[in-house]
Design a binder for this molecule. Structure first.
Ligand code: HEM
Ligand code: HEM
Length: 137
């Protein structure tokens, strides 16, 4: 599996654990003020990181692009920003909202980068596609 797919799955698992802990905190305390943090840690973090990671595992040629690593760094950082900001807003710090807004804009940029990677042509060398093994006469 390409390195970036591993990195995405490792990030996904960290968001998964954080999302579950926040969910349990809500369930145990009976205070559901952090629903937005819980929902977005799980959906932007756990679920979306796993889906993007799976894409790179299925398309290793796309995983080799430098843009992919840049996209990973931006996506994970921005989702972490949103997660922390939404959590703090939920527990009574509304003044942190600009961080959530900035993180959301960065997430959009990272999503556009992912869209660009998905729609860009496959530049894998012929050999890695199993097309280059025929001996030349
Ligand atoms: C042990 C793990 C989990 C616990 C204890 C938990 C707990 C909760 C609680 C207490 C709520 C608030 C419900 C309400 O007030 O209406 C909630 C909402 C939510 N949870 Fe979880 N959750 C868990 C895992 C997950 C996972 C893994 C996901 C997604 C993959 C998820 C997605 C959501 C979403 C999207 C909402 C918001 C639903 C809405 O807007 O009505 N949760 N969860
Ligand atoms: C940067 C991207 C995103 C932004 C700025 C955003 C923003 C929001 C906002 C403003 C709400 C309403 C929260 C409230 O009423 O308190 C919301 C709710 C929700 N969003 Fe997102 N969202 C984003 C991405 C996503 C994605 C990718 C998913 C699913 C894969 C998702 C799933 C949900 C769900 C299930 C809810 C209802 C749970 C809740 O009340 O928090 N969102 N989102």
């Amino acid at each position: 599996m390409p390195k970036i797919a591993h990195l995405y799955f490792k990030s996904a698992v960290i968001f998964f654990l954080a999302g579950i802990i926040v969910g349990l905190k809500m369930a145990i305390s009976g205070n559901h003020d952090v629903i937005p943090a819980h929902a977005h840690i799980n959906l932007l973090g756990w679920v979306s990181c796993a889906i993007i990671g799976a894409y790179f595992a299925f398309c290793p040629a796309k995983a080799e692009k430098r843009l992919a690593m840049l996209q990973f760094g931006l996506y994970v950082t921005s989702v972490a920003m949103i997660s922390i900001a939404l959590y703090l807003m939920g527990v009574g710090y509304p003044q942190i909202e600009p961080l959530a807004a900035f993180g959301s804009i960065l997430t959009l940029v990272a999503a556009l980068m992912f869209a660009f990677i998905v729609f860009s042509p496959d530049t894998a060398p012929a050999s890695s596609l199993g097309l280059g093994s025929r001996a030349t006469p």
